[in-house]
Design a protein around this ligand. Structure first.
Ligand SMILES: [Zn+2]
Length: 308
């Protein structure tokens, strides 16, 4: 695949906002900016007054200095994406309020959305992620999850917002894998699924939930291999999980950004990269049932045996 400006591979980061505060992610973004790597940051626009047992530590855009910081990221060319209205489940009115807040603050609705944790407003989540019927049945039995738990895509329920997702949002993250090059795992992405009408286009990413995983995955050897293969990597992580200690960016992460900045990589936010795939590589088509089953199986195998 050819990349813009004669670049030889593509790399970007999708930062889920869990645990993120102004204090613990600003140094990461300062370093990305310095090294010319523009990425995507998800946000929670509104507060969660009912409280959150696990995600209480994160900032929402209701904290003014954090909002200012995120606004500046947008000005600097980073993408601001949607991680749901807030850290816990939101009924439709709160989701509407959150999307409207983003529109008012950033001048447009977000282009990209990622489901979060166990929020009931997640779309096609839980075992409903699986389109292949026997996989869906199997995972449904194993997870013992109520069919009515995730309702973002179920019309006439309190948590429904699928129509708004279809109207405003172009890309939604689906499967994640433990390897870097998404062209190897999911060369058709971004793709449509006939069974998920409220999502325009799905995409896959590599997965590194915290700083340890991020450093383990982005070894010099793996980054060299990505470059040699002319690959495309979108890596999901949480910058709020250990990337900064006492206001200082982990030196191993700094070295990774430095290495990347010296390579001929294309470092633009996720939606810009996916737009390029749709516009120039003829991506964005329906993924057939066989390829869908293969992708879903690969995800399950990868979950059970991460080295595979
Ligand atoms: Zn999350």
């Amino acid at each position: 695949m050819k990349f813009p400006q004669g670049k030889q591979f593509a790399f970007t980061i999708l930062d889920d906002t869990d645990d993120s505060t102004l204090e613990n992610v600003k140094p990461v973004y300062d370093a990305l900016k310095t090294h010319g790597i523009r990425t995507t940051k998800t946000v929670w626009p509104v507060d969660c007054p009912e409280g959150s047992r696990i995600f209480f530590a994160a900032d929402t855009l209701q904290r003014k200095p954090y909002l200012e910081f995120v606004r500046q990221l947008g000005v600097d060319g980073f993408e601001i994406a949607f991680h749901g209205a807030t850290m816990e489940s939101s009924r439709r009115d709160r989701t509407v309020q959150a999307l409207d807040f983003l529109k008012a603050e950033f001048g447009a609705y977000p282009t990209l959305f990622c489901n979060h944790g166990h929020n009931r407003d997640n779309l096609y989540w839980g075992y409903k992620r699986f389109q292949t019927s026997w996989l869906r049945r199997m995972v449904g039995l194993l997870r013992k999850e109520a069919a009515s738990y995730y309702l973002g895509d179920v019309k006439d329920t309190d948590y429904f917002w699928g129509d708004l997702c279809r109207e405003h949002i172009r890309y939604v993250r689906n499967w994640t894998f433990s390897c870097l090059n998404m062209l190897e795992v999911n060369p058709e992405m971004p793709y449509r699924l006939s069974g998920t009408p409220y999502v325009n286009l799905w995409f896959s990413t590599a997965d590194a939930p915290d700083v340890g995983d991020f450093v383990r995955l982005l070894t010099q050897e793996n980054v060299d291999r990505l470059e040699d293969a002319g690959g495309l990597c979108i890596i999901s992580t949480h910058f709020g999980k250990g990337f900064v200690k006492d206001g200082v960016l982990d030196p191993r992460v700094h070295r990774i950004f430095q290495t990347l900045s010296q390579k001929p990589g294309w470092y633009v936010p996720v939606s810009e990269m996916l737009d390029y795939l749709v516009q120039t590589q003829d991506k964005g088509r329906i993924l057939g049932s066989l390829k869908t089953a293969m992708l879903e199986t690969r995800y399950l195998v990868n979950k059970l045996w991460p080295a595979s």
